[in-house]
Design a protein around this ligand. Structure first.
Ligand code: FES
Ligand code: FES
Length: 153
């Protein structure tokens, strides 16, 4: 076991964990933030997506020891009350079905518009294609992202 001080959603959390423990385990089981979901555990589905310094990463496959001084943002810290433009678009377009994959979808979409505020449709598809949704909400996801990125800035 080792001790880590991790910045999660703007707060420092001191945790004890094995160095190869995935960040997802730390978030859910040690810190108690359950909004980030476990899907495949093999970096294949995107359900566990969080931000590391504003970039989308798969927390099931990122060892806690690799976080270092990085800033982690989870769905709980994306906005105070769901006012992030992506969250609002998700609501407007009634994107979720069962909802299980949607944390990861939202976090990936939020990282996309942060690095590229006006992506093309192709760029949206490329960025989002690794986030799987068994309910098939892909068309609504795309429409919601376009509604945000096509707005005049
Ligand atoms: S649970 Fe991490 S990518 Fe599937
Ligand atoms: S909304 Fe059910 S898996 Fe995506």
């Amino acid at each position: 076991m080792a001790k880590y001080s991790i910045n999660i959603n703007g707060q420092t959390h001191d945790v004890e964990a094995m160095e190869d423990m995935p960040l997802l385990w730390v978030l859910r089981d040690v810190v108690g933030l359950k909004g980030t979901k476990f899907g495949c555990g093999k970096a294949l589905c995107g359900a566990c997506t969080v931000h590391l310094n504003d970039n989308a990463v798969r927390s099931c496959s990122l060892p806690v020891s690799a976080v270092g001084e990085g800033r982690i943002t989870t769905i709980e810290g994306l906005s105070k009350e769901g006012e992030h433009p992506i969250q609002q678009a998700w609501e407007k377009f009634v994107v979720p079905q069962c909802g299980y994959c949607q944390t990861g979808q939202i976090m990936n979409a939020a990282a996309l518009i942060k690095r590229n505020p006006q992506p093309s449709e192709q760029e949206i598809e490329q960025s989002m294609q690794g986030n799987l949704c068994r309910c098939g909400t892909y068309n609504r996801i795309k429409a919601a992202i376009i509604s945000v990125t096509s707005q005049p800035k």
